[in-house]
Design a protein. Sequence first.
Length: 329
Amino acid sequence: MRAVIITVPGGPEVLEIREVDPPAKPTADRVRVRVHAAGLNRADIHQRLGKYPPPPGFPKDIPGLEFAGEVEAIGEEVRAWKVGQRVFGITAGGAQAELVVVPESTLAEIPSQLDWAEAAAMPEVFITAHDALFTQADLRMGETVLIHAAGSGVGTAAVQLAHAAGATVFGTSRTSEKLERVRDLGLDESITVGDDPATFVEAVRKRTGNAGVNVILDLVGGPYLAANLEALAPRGRLMCVGMTAGANSDLDISIVMRKRLRILGTVLRARSTCEKADATQRFAADVLPLVVRGLVRPVLDRTYPIEQVRAAHERIESNASFGKIVLTL
């Protein structure tokens, strides 16, 4: 089968499309999926650079955390799926290939409203956003939420889900153009930020009457930590999902204590199969009906044939993308 191969750690030029041995016929509760499209994520960039190796048991040289395709073969214990069904799901690696094998519990059925590329744009970002906002941060109707990097894949998913749940949605981005586009997804308050994180703190205070926001979904990390604590309301929840600006920052514990804040962290890739299955089933139960009703949708920036994977990596690294980048096979 064809697959994206990371030949050595480095820039996009180290990526090649090669013929490799296909995964073995699935047994037990495993499902082999013929992949028609695979999402590209920041994790793939870090893996290419040699900074984010996959968990044990997953290919070190084939990236890919999400996919959409058809069930090609099933193990003898599989009950939920039949050959030929349209499915999408998550894995810890190896999705950017013509075939991938996953547990049946980490799959969901693709709504008829979605084509292959749209479907591949959904699992990683919508499962991450849904799990972070509702399962972990316990966002509720009527609350306020601030979503950093609102024009990113997870950001556009989170804005839509928070809006559909009845929350007031604040969003930040470095470009006003991206924020204008996010408004169509349900963004209530736009905040353009530069190099000084204090910018969004002052904006939040002004627009909430100094009350602060109940939940912050942070995809930036680094210098945003102190500003996030300032922008939170008492008993607020900070959900740390990304660290594109770095992993280290000073923490003022007195603010956490005085406001009685909760700081939560999450990552999807390294979770156990049981945890991933739970998050996937919540996604299927809570998010996919919204897709069917037209209340949320995948946001595609661009699609690239798998042969143009280098250009796809360059696009995501340029920070010019809005929403998801997808590889098609």
